[in-house]
Write a protein that binds this ligand. Structure first.
Ligand SMILES: [Zn+2]
Length: 70
Protein backbone atom coordinates (compact mmCIF):
# COMPACT_ATOMS: atom_id res chain seq x y z
CA UNK A 1 0.00 0.00 0.00
CA UNK A 2 1.22 3.48 -0.88
CA UNK A 3 1.35 6.08 1.84
CA UNK A 4 1.24 9.78 1.16
CA UNK A 5 2.92 12.16 3.50
CA UNK A 6 0.84 15.09 4.53
CA UNK A 7 2.28 18.55 4.09
CA UNK A 8 0.16 19.84 6.93
CA UNK A 9 -0.14 16.99 9.41
CA UNK A 10 2.81 15.32 11.11
CA UNK A 11 1.62 11.71 11.14
CA UNK A 12 4.59 10.39 13.14
CA UNK A 13 3.27 9.51 16.56
CA UNK A 14 -0.11 11.05 15.71
CA UNK A 15 -3.04 10.08 17.91
CA UNK A 16 -5.05 9.00 14.84
CA UNK A 17 -2.46 6.47 13.64
CA UNK A 18 -4.25 3.29 12.62
CA UNK A 19 -7.55 5.10 12.30
CA UNK A 20 -9.65 4.39 9.21
CA UNK A 21 -12.18 6.72 7.62
CA UNK A 22 -14.79 4.99 5.49
CA UNK A 23 -16.10 6.52 2.27
CA UNK A 24 -18.40 5.10 -0.39
CA UNK A 25 -16.49 2.06 -1.58
CA UNK A 26 -13.12 2.86 -0.04
CA UNK A 27 -11.25 3.59 3.12
CA UNK A 28 -8.56 6.07 4.14
CA UNK A 29 -6.05 4.90 6.73
CA UNK A 30 -3.62 7.01 8.69
CA UNK A 31 -0.20 5.51 9.27
CA UNK A 32 3.12 6.77 10.71
CA UNK A 33 4.37 7.33 7.17
CA UNK A 34 1.25 9.12 5.91
CA UNK A 35 -2.20 8.45 4.50
CA UNK A 36 -3.33 5.56 2.33
CA UNK A 37 -6.62 4.99 0.50
CA UNK A 38 -8.10 1.83 -0.97
CA UNK A 39 -9.86 3.50 -3.93
CA UNK A 40 -6.99 2.86 -6.37
CA UNK A 41 -4.86 -0.24 -6.83
CA UNK A 42 -1.74 1.76 -7.50
CA UNK A 43 -1.92 5.25 -6.22
CA UNK A 44 0.02 7.83 -8.18
CA UNK A 45 -1.41 10.87 -6.53
CA UNK A 46 -3.24 11.80 -3.39
CA UNK A 47 -6.95 11.21 -3.94
CA UNK A 48 -9.78 13.44 -2.77
CA UNK A 49 -10.63 11.03 0.04
CA UNK A 50 -7.24 11.61 1.65
CA UNK A 51 -7.50 15.34 1.03
CA UNK A 52 -10.89 15.54 2.70
CA UNK A 53 -9.65 13.55 5.72
CA UNK A 54 -6.71 15.93 6.01
CA UNK A 55 -9.00 18.92 5.83
CA UNK A 56 -11.32 17.33 8.36
CA UNK A 57 -8.45 16.83 10.81
CA UNK A 58 -7.26 20.38 10.21
CA UNK A 59 -10.77 21.59 10.94
CA UNK A 60 -11.33 23.27 7.61
CA UNK A 61 -14.95 24.34 7.11
CA UNK A 62 -17.58 21.71 6.46
CA UNK A 63 -18.71 23.47 3.30
CA UNK A 64 -15.40 22.83 1.60
CA UNK A 65 -15.36 19.29 2.90
CA UNK A 66 -18.73 18.67 1.25
CA UNK A 67 -17.52 20.25 -1.99
CA UNK A 68 -14.56 17.98 -2.56
CA UNK A 69 -16.39 14.97 -1.22
CA UNK A 70 -19.15 15.07 -3.84
ZN1 LIG B 1 -9.37 7.51 -2.29
Amino acid sequence: MEYFKSKFINTVGHAFNGTAWTFKGCEVIMHETGFACTCMKRMKYKCNHIKSVELGILGVGQTYYELIHS
